[in-house]
Design a protein around this ligand. Structure first.
Ligand code: CAA
Length: 363
């Protein structure tokens, strides 16, 4: 499906900044939207290793589609499954598993990215509902989603201990969207700012309790980072596949460029690193499936895979020479798409910080 349906449209999605809704519909029709959740909620009951394989395959073809999918599964459906009550699971998770509803995760703000605890979007509890005021930035699936998992502050002085996780439905009063962001890569993912002005959210839409919002966000990101690692592996592998093909077709100095040792070394180095990144990703996903503590493994995988994706895609452009620098060939798109994997769901600097914290604590 990724090769036949998504790859041929990936350039057009990128050039027109078009959200590929038809790709979502195919993912839903193929029972992939709830891949890792139990069948009783409409999921497919598969494991997280299967999930990262799906994300990688999507990213090889179309990185926009892979992030649309992983933001839904890892960042929205998963916290509803982990932290939701039975009632919340049936109400929100089941339609997400069936692909009837799409999820979006809303943590970053105009003034807080890496420092998640500094969120200032306010949630004031009045009776049986919260009133939301503020904005959230860089929302993947932006205007296209149906359920928004919003991390908001109930009492600024409490810092991270005041945060709350709320599911906000599209169409809620005072819930509006900013302009679509004009991005370097993954240009079809409908990234935008979202704004709340006196938006009522039922208390029944809260995951966990008041004060649990930071934990919900961190646990969610631990899983999400494995998905982004898989995306980075897919982007790197997709670009490499094009570079290999090109090195068997393009001639210079009377021979195929793949016969030159300079190109062979690049291909060998890249594939070695991509395989290593993939194994780190599988290892983290397998830890999740086993029920291990996998936060450090997720950070390892995300950090390494993202940097491999960036290094590899730059080399792939180099192998294509001038043709790598124009949109007639797809490798420049892979290079642009790769960059965000070093930024979203925790920058590479944050991954190093997370890893170092685990190492210093000896856990
Ligand atoms: N799981 C559970 N609890 C955790 C945790 C984890 N992984 N990490 C931290 N905590 C807990 C700590 O135990 C601590 O608990 P107590 O208060 O009970 O002691 C509490 O949270 C605070 O921990 P820290 O002091 O370590 O928190 P911090 O403020 O220093 O921040 C951070 C830590 C790692 C830097 C965190 O803020 C972070 O991950 N930042 C990056 C944010 C990020 O990844 N944003 C991505 C946005 S989403 C996105 O990109 C989606 C998209 O578009 C696709």
């Amino acid at each position: 499906m990724a090769e036949n349906e998504f790859a041929p449209k990936a350039a057009e999605v990128d050039q027109k900044h078009r959200f590929p809704r038809e790709n979502w519909n195919l993912l839903a029709a193929s029972d992939l939207c709830g891949l890792v959740f139990p069948e009783e909620y409409g999921g497919a009951g598969l494991d997280h290793v299967s999930y990262v394989i799906v994300v990688e395959e999507l990213a090889k073809a179309c990185a926009t589609t892979s992030v649309m999918y992983s933001a839904h599964v890892s960042l929205t459906a998963t916290p509803v499954y982990i932290f939701g009550t039975e009632e919340q699971r049936h109400k929100f998770l089941t339609p997400m598993c069936k692909g009837e509803k799409m999820g979006a995760f809303c943590l970053s703000e105009p003034g807080s990215g890496s420092d998640s605890a500094a969120a200032t979007c306010m949630a004031e509890l009045r009776g049986d509902q919260f009133i939301l005021n503020g904005s959230k930035n860089w929302i993947t699936n932006g205007i296209e989603a149906d359920y928004y998992l919003v991390i908001a502050q109930t009492e600024t002085s409490k810092k991270h201990k005041g945060l709350v996780a709320l599911i906000v439905e599209k169409g809620s009063p005072g819930f509006t969207f900013g302009k679509l962001e004009d991005k370097l890569g993954i240009r079809g993912s409908a990234t935008c700012q979202i704004m709340f002005e006196d938006t009522p959210v039922p208390k029944a839409n809260m995951l966990g309790d008041i004060g649990d919002g930071f934990k919900v966000a961190m646990v969610t990101l631990d899983g999400g980072r494995i998905g982004i690692a898989a995306q980075a592996v897919g982007i790197a592998q997709g670009a490499w596949n094009h570079a290999l093909r090109y090195s068997k077709e393009r001639k210079a100095f009377g021979k195929l460029i793949g016969e030159f040792q300079a190109i062979q070394h690049m291909l060998a180095d890249m594939q070695t690193e991509i395989d290593a990144a993939r194994l780190l990703t599988y290892h983290a996903a397998n830890g999740n499936d086993r029920g291990d503590k996998y936060g450090k493994d997720a950070a390892h995988a995300k950090l390494y895979a993202a940097e491999v994706a960036m290094r590899s895609t730059i080399k792939c452009v180099q192998i294509f020479g001038g043709y790598g620098y124009v949109t007639d060939y797809p490798v420049e798109r892979y290079m642009r798409d790769a960059k965000i994997t070093e930024i979203y769901e925790g920058t590479s600097e944050i991954q190093r910080l997370v890893i170092a914290n685990y190492l210093l604590k000896g856990t």
